[in-house]
Write a protein that binds this ligand. Structure first.
Ligand SMILES: *Cc1c(COP(=O)(O)O)cnc(C)c1O
Length: 442
């Protein structure tokens, strides 16, 4: 179904002039796919618990206001981790009561603003709790307040995304000497501290390890509540991190599998005594984004065919810099946007940037690409084209949402327009051309 819609959208992008020789790269979002993932998430948890659940979309995965509005209308909240992400959430109309603020480096001003608005805040560490003490004492707040813990259950296959290692920078490390006792004491000293937060990591973390991390946070909540003699911890924020399959169109693992695993391994979490917060990002958006780029030139170098396209490091920085961890598929279409299947040859697919490593794929068996062909890079809806990397002053591409009607007709709507050259100049200090020559030197 997703591939059916994608093929129609590629064709329509060419037919409707979204992608052309003059506009050689564009990004697409499959609106129906995003909504289907939001529904899959809410129904997966509804199937295993009657507890209230706030599914807070991790804004960093797709920091686009129309995406946040779509998810908000689908019943989701947001997880923000910076003043910029909070501003996006507010611009999308997400109310404070549906917003959760995490981040390891919140300033006093950010904390004060969050408490004034009534946004839920998860403190990252005991020093931050000290700051909250002063703020809570100085003015009443509607903000539910929590503490992030690191269960130290170990790493997945991608070190940079493993947040529950022994030495991770996030949260209070529970297995460190004296840490668990300090956390319990911190709760007993602060009756307003009512949440525990854990996020065991992202892509590359096996489901069982995620569930183990959640289980550790649950066990700690039970311990705190026993010590307090009341249900002081009333909400568990279990983070996000469901991995995404980048190898095919199959959506695996599913939210339903993860929710069932939690029901099997941490049943007490779901028995209705705790409210829940989740913070999924990648798994809600990744499969629903596709980059389209035209092939500008083709060549053979050292016997290897190479297609030079307009999609590279500026849209897929992780893949270009860490190709082993972040492989992406590349799909071939002809210049009219029809899928190609013939003449399969091992080749490289390169981006437009001026460094040798700007390759989307190496040694990939694909129909031999020709100038004017279109390549599609699926699974790029999270942490890719919305996370522009301004190498070579390459512009941010336009992002367009699309829907397909019963007759296969495709309608596009602009989510973010392409960056203009004037904007690139302005953002590069264009109004301050004289700034340095006017400075007295020596
Ligand atoms: C990044 C992040 C998420 C989202 O992770 P995904 O892998 O995109 O689901 C959720 N919570 C926190 C605290 C994060 O840092």
């Amino acid at each position: 179904m997703a591939s059916y819609r994608r093929d129609l959208a590629v064709r329509a992008s060419v037919d409707q002039g979204l992608l052309s020789a003059a506009a050689p790269v564009v990004a697409l979002l499959d609106t129906a796919g995003i909504l289907a993932s939001a529904t899959a998430l809410t129904s997966a948890f509804a199937a295993v618990t009657d507890a209230p659940v706030l599914h807070a979309f991790a804004v960093k995965a797709a920091p686009l206001v129309p995406v946040l509005r779509l998810l908000h209308e689908a019943g989701l909240g947001v997880e923000v981790a910076s003043p910029g992400e909070l501003a996006l959430a507010r611009a999308a109309g997400v109310p404070p009561a549906r917003t959760v603020l995490d981040s390891p480096a919140k300033t006093p001003a950010e904390l004060r603003q969050a408490l004034a608005l009534g946004i839920a805040v998860n403190a990252d560490n005991l020093q931050e709790l000290g700051r909250l003490d002063a703020l809570v004492a100085s003015a009443p707040t509607a903000s539910p307040l929590g503490l992030r813990v690191n269960p130290q259950v170990g790493a997945g296959s991608i070190g940079a995304l493993s947040t529950a290692t022994a030495t991770s920078k996030f949260g209070v490390a529970l297995r460190d000497e004296g840490a668990r006792e300090a956390v319990v004491r911190a709760f007993l000293d602060r009756p307003w501290l009512t949440r525990l937060h854990t996020h065991t990591g992202s892509q590359g973390i096996p489901l069982a390890l995620m569930a183990q991390g959640v289980g550790e946070a649950y066990a700690l909540a039970e311990e705190i509540n026993r010590a307090a003699g009341r249900q002081q911890v009333d909400t568990l924020d279990i983070g996000g991190g469901l991995p995404v399959n980048f190898a095919s169109d199959e959506e695996t693992p599913t939210y339903a599998e993860y929710a069932r695993l939690l029901a099997d391994t941490v049943p007490g979490l779901l028995d209705g005594r705790y409210r829940l917060v989740t913070e999924f990002g990648r798994s809600l958006l990744a499969k629903h984004g596709t980059v389209l780029a035209r092939v500008e030139y083709t060549k053979t170098t050292g016997g290897r065919p190479i297609a030079v396209t307009h999609a590279g490091v500026q849209l897929a920085a992780r893949t270009v810099y860490a190709p082993e961890s972040w492989p992406l598929r590349v799909l071939a279409y002809d210049s009219a946007g029809r899928p190609r299947t013939e003449d399969v040859t091992v080749q490289d697919v390169a981006g437009p940037a001026c460094f040798a490593g700007d390759l989307l794929a190496t040694g990939r068996a694909l129909p031999l690409l020709r100038p004017g062909d279109v390549v599609a890079v699926p699974d790029t809806g999270a942490y890719y084209f919305a996370h522009h990397y301004a190498y070579n002053s390459l512009p941010r591409p336009g992002i367009h949402g699309f829907t397909v009607d019963g007759d296969g007709a495709v309608t596009f709507t602009t989510v973010r327009r392409a960056q203009t050259l004037d904007e690139i100049v302005a953002e590069a200090g264009g109004e301050r051309a004289d700034a340095l020559v006017r400075q007295p030197v020596g």
